[in-house]
Design a protein around this ligand. Structure first.
Ligand SMILES: Cc1ncc(COP(=O)(O)O)c(C=O)c1O
Length: 416
């Protein structure tokens, strides 16, 4: 809150800080004091952007890509994404249905603006990506957090949608707003849970039956835990229907977090509304970044990105059993993405674990102790919702094998 008599809009009080950013900031502070910190907090690939993409960005700047571009994005880039859907998913998605956005974040903001009126509700999984509910709040709507566990694959299901979908009777105003959409991520953050094709079909049908919209965040696509020789673990909703909304990004598999570029695939009928919003909210995406992103789809860059994906898989395969051996419970093995969501209740006395209060009474205290005393930066479950969040932490395997091995050695010492 401002200290003078200035005030924020009420929504600001309802929006929680993004804790992972706070962990990262504190970790950097400790590093500046000479401490060695193993970074397992941020969901950001550590490899940096692939060189051909960087070079294309530099070239684009030299060639004058410093002006606004079309609000829907560069035609060439939208066509490249369309070809990517054909080559990698075997689906025909017209470039007309693809809009370039400032990251998946920009796509989420556009969809909130397009679909959510005051008091409208959007169903989402708890745990889930923390900013989602805040996008809804920003447009005076509401993200309704539905508790999910390993029993339902840490994902919304058709049954949960049917149970929680709300249609006010129009008489009692206390009944709360109407539900307009369900938002899922597959693979999910923080659990890495993937929704199977059959489950996606049921989910889509359940939402359709209510007359609502299904929004699928596919930002972790390409980072399948099965790696090079396995078939794709995460199907796209676009393989099933052209009536769902897809959110995607150049941030994760494509390694371009700081360039702020993503995309959205929408049903035909939604495009004029989205374009109008994009024109007003963003005018255009970074033109230079879009030219650079064109290079993401060349065989040379794809090879680099696939090697990185395989490296993530090696890290996951190392960290998963190591954490289990240390006493973490991992009820859901991540099938994709960059994270392991681990239950610490065997370690904390508050949940009947072995070490009393030595490592805190909940995951927030645990993460603080790990960071301040042991130089291990991990994210508390509270960042991802409320459901059992006190007993969960998220490890991001976005640092090299040597650093992960160091983290495991430190934890072996700590939990001995
Ligand atoms: C599930 C999910 N959606 C969206 C985003 C936003 O990504 P960006 O705006 O960098 O594309 C993230 C970032 O971590 C995420 O985990």
């Amino acid at each position: 809150m401002p200290t003078n008599n200035k005030r924020f809009a009420a929504r600001v009080d309802d929006i929680q800080p993004f804790r992972v950013v706070e962990v990262l900031t504190r970790a950097k502070e400790l590093e500046s004091l000479g401490r060695d910190i193993v970074h397992m907090e941020a969901g950001e690939p550590d490899f940096g952007t692939a060189l051909p993409v960087i070079e294309a960005g530099i070239e684009a700047l030299k060639n004058g890509a410093t002006y606004y571009s079309d609000a829907k994005g560069l035609r060439e880039l939208r066509e490249s994404i369309s070809l990517y859907y054909k080559s990698d998913y075997g689906v025909e998605i017209s470039a007309e249905r693809i809009m370039i956005t400032p990251g998946a974040s920009g796509a989420l903001l556009l969809l909130a603006g397009l679909l959510v009126d005051r008091d409208d509700c959007v169903l989402m999984a708890d745990p889930g990506y923390p900013c989602n509910r805040n996008f809804m709040r920003l447009v005076e709507g509401k993200g309704v957090l539905i508790p999910v566990t390993a029993a339902n694959n840490f994902q919304l299901t058709a049954a949960l949608v049917a149970e929680h979908w709300h249609k006010p009777d129009g008489v009692s105003s206390s009944a709360g707003g109407r539900t307009v959409a369900a938002l899922v991520a597959s693979p999910a953050n923080p659990t890495g849970a993937v929704i199977s094709k059959a489950e996606l079909v049921s989910l889509f049908n359940a939402v359709e039956q209510q007359g609502g919209y299904l929004l699928v965040d596919e930002i972790y696509h390409g980072l399948d835990a099965k790696g090079k020789n396995g078939e794709k673990t995460a199907p796209s909703i676009l393989e099933i229907t052209d009536q769902a909304f897809v959110i995607n990004s150049f941030s994760k598999y494509f390694g371009m977090t700081g360039w702020r570029l993503g995309w959205l695939v929408a049903p035909d009928w939604a495009l004029p509304g989205l374009e109008k919003l994009a024109q007003n909210l963003f005018i255009s995406m970074s033109t230079m970044a879009q030219h650079a992103a064109l290079k993401c789809f060349t065989p040379q860059t794809r090879d680099i990105l696939d090697q990185r994906r395989d490296e993530f898989k090696i890290r996951r395969d190392f960290l998963l059993p190591a954490l289990r051996e240390l006493g973490f419970i991992i009820p859901q093995e991540p099938a994709g993405g960059l994270y392991i969501y681990a239950d610490i209740s065997q370690l904390l006395g508050a949940f009947g674990g072995s070490f009393g209060d030595k490592f805190g009474r909940n995951s927030q205290e645990f993460c603080l102790i790990m960071l301040e005393q042991h130089g291990l930066a991990i994210t508390p479950g509270a960042d991802f919702g409320h459901h059992l969040s006190d007993r969960y932490v998220r490890f991001a395997f976005t640092t090299g094998m040597d650093r992960l091995a160091l983290a495991v050695r430190r934890m072996k010492e700590i939990f001995r």
